[in-house]
Design a protein. Structure first.
Length: 273
């Protein structure tokens, strides 16, 4: 049973940095990743439609890979569908939320920013996180509406200058508001964290939820006696870590792009599911 893989699910490639962080702590584990490209983007769909899509896609993924734990590495999917997934499938699920709590703990000026999708910025769940963990902070929110599309569709074809142009409005906003901690509240945005830090001239601590999520997944695996310990911490070959995508109408160019992402994160490209 311990030899079953750990699964990571997202609307696209945003969850890959989460897989990378978790694999750092669990080098003996096998991983499977599912980019639900056929239903991307999630943010433009109603909750009811999106919940149905996610439950069906996860069901297909579970049936094909038989994972022992699944990380839903998407803020929107976690908020909309996590409870339903736990009801329907008999495996542990871990979700992701914006890292408001660690940002509030870190901020000395009690002024933090949240950079996320419009849906996450406006969601009552985010408001609840702020009320619970950052009630004594000034919290500035900004919707980076073009960043997800740039990462998912143009990450390899865009130049640093083109990426910077997309980030510039958010950088201008947070620079003018004197925040000292910035929450990256969308998994896709992690791909541009280094550039964001550079553009903010290192004056703002950028925080995401990778570390907290990885530690939570490890706790769940240990408590369920599912963790696969490698001999002396030596890693497996990463050839047992695979990437799948959904979507029957993907072009050759799109297939090639996900093949590039699989190479970038040392995953075996397994094609469409």
């Amino acid at each position: 049973m311990n030899n079953r893989p750990i699964a990571v699910f997202d609307s696209g490639v945003g969850g890959l940095p989460y897989l990378e962080r978790l694999r750092k702590y669990a080098p003996a584990e096998d991983f499977v990743y599912f980019a639900d490209r056929g239903n991307f983007p999630y943010g433009e769909k109603t909750d009811a439609v999106l919940r149905e899509i996610i439950v069906q896609s996860v069901g297909k993924f579970v049936e094909a890979t038989d994972p022992k734990l699944m990380l839903i590495a998407c803020n929107t999917a976690s908020v909309v569908a996590l409870e339903e997934l736990r009801r329907q499938y008999d495996i542990p699920f871990i979700g992701v939320v914006p890292a408001v709590k660690p940002a509030a703990e870190l901020s000395k000026q009690r002024s933090i920013g949240v950079l996320a999708t419009r849906r996450t910025v406006e969601d009552p769940y985010t408001e609840n996180l702020i009320s619970r963990f950052a009630a004594d902070c000034r919290v500035l929110r900004y919707a980076g509406v073009e960043i997800v599309q740039m990462v998912e569709l143009n990450y390899f074809s865009s130049t640093e200058e083109e990426r910077a142009a997309i980030l510039q409005p958010a950088v201008d906003f947070f620079s003018s508001q004197t925040v000292d901690a910035l929450v990256v509240g969308c998994t896709h945005f992690i791909f541009v964290e280094e550039l964001l830090h550079k553009m903010l001239k290192g004056s703002v601590e950028i925080i995401d939820s990778r570390e907290g999520v990885a530690q939570q997944a490890l706790r769940v695996l240990e408590e369920a006696h599912l963790f696969r310990h490698g001999k002396n911490g030596i890693s497996n070959s990463t050839s047992n870590s695979r990437l799948f995508v959904s979507g029957n109408d993907l072009s050759y160019r799109e297939d090639e792009r996900y093949h590039q992402f699989s190479k970038m994160f040392k995953l075996e490209w397994s094609g469409r599911l």
